[in-house]
Design a protein around this ligand. Sequence first.
Ligand SMILES: [Zn+2]
Length: 491
Amino acid sequence: MKDITVGVVADGGAAGWLRVLAQEGIAHQIADIPDSPVVLVSGRSPAWLEAYVAKGGVAVVSGARQLPFDIDDAGSAVVSGFETPVGGRFCAAPGLVTRFPGAGEGVLRLHEDRIVKYGSDPDRFPVVLSRRIGAGAIVYSGVALTELLMAQGDRLRAFCEFTEVTERVAAVDKADVADTLLHMLRLGFQRAGLPMVRLPRFPGGARSVFILRVDVDGAYAPHTQNLVDAARAANLPASFYVNADLSSRFPGLPDSWPAEFEVGQHAQAHTLFDTYEENLANLKEGRAWVEARVGRDVTSFVAPRGMWNASLGEALAQIGYSYSSEFGLDFDSLPFRAEGGILQVPVHPYSPERASRWAEERGVTPPGGEETRDYFLAVMRRQLALGRPMHVYGHPEVLGGMADTVVPAMAAFALREQTPCLTLGAYAAFWQRREEAYPTVRYDLAAGTLQASPADSSLPLIIEVWEPTNVRVRERETRLPAGTTLIEENT
Ligand SMILES: [Zn+2]
């Protein structure tokens, strides 16, 4: 039996591939000697790549430049993003790309935001291409997806197809970048003729989770209590993060909190600082203030203004917090480890408060309760369809005034779709347990046998199998390539 362990080449984009592999729970190793059936590369190819592919290996290359095998590129370009091969969503991904001509998936445009005239839409290039070479294959993209996935930087921009409201969010649509990388990985397994065995993303094999998060930037009595009452009546264990400074200025925290709710802190001052010392002091003061007012230990945090930097990560590790959530770093994605090791649990960055300010600046009517409810439901539906968490947030100031319209409708949607309602902390805990549970997958080509063993019997494995001629993935299917026997251990 041979292990199916994905090899990751230790180049400049390895961290991005490692994030995708961790996100899917796929067994992998750093491999400078390629003995894996599928290897993941970023940028220029290693010297051994040509021989590896010729002998039957499959290389998946992000940010490809100067490829071997006489694969010519058409030069570079600067683009603001691309249409993904996954449902054709536009993915904001500003930067330099290499254009590879030929047949492929997704669209990269040399001339962006143009109207088609005389039926001509010139200079379009695929985002993902693949080619069979000898016994092996290469799957490649001229977009530096792995680096874009890990790069920091946020700016004021629109971030969702359902609204023109802007927010200061990550400059890259990383959830779509991750989906594109996953698509390439799937193509790699398909070209290798192997099923892809991965872990479920959500507890109990659910298609998503619902997390309602409230950043208490001022309690605005009775708005915080309204949110607590609405969530409790809907059987929804919500997560509240209390900012000390703003809740002193706009008071009215509840006298007591339901035990199943999470109460974390949102710092003393409502901002991010440059240095580790300043961020640590802000965390410690915030913790002391919130603990004194809610009468319980406060062991979690999300950053004010969705802002993240490495010194905040260091300060969080020092104070003993294990997870956080900043849309300036990433949003709408699956959880991942930020530099320094803090688990990030990305949120959808729309808040009714930001939407109200945005409307006021334009002299238009701010969205009311029903419009806000419909917006959140549209986001939840989309996240569910894309297999991502339904993690939304707001504040007492505006959301608290429409709690009875918005909160029960979201909880009812989650119930109808049979998705668990969790606190941020509970989903983070699920994810941390999952990180310890990579399956081992072995195959014996001669015997036609595949053996998949989960490391944690409460996490059933998902085995993705596909027809050789069809890239469409059919999940939870156990029909394997002709003549293969599946042995699933301990399930
Ligand atoms: Zn805040």
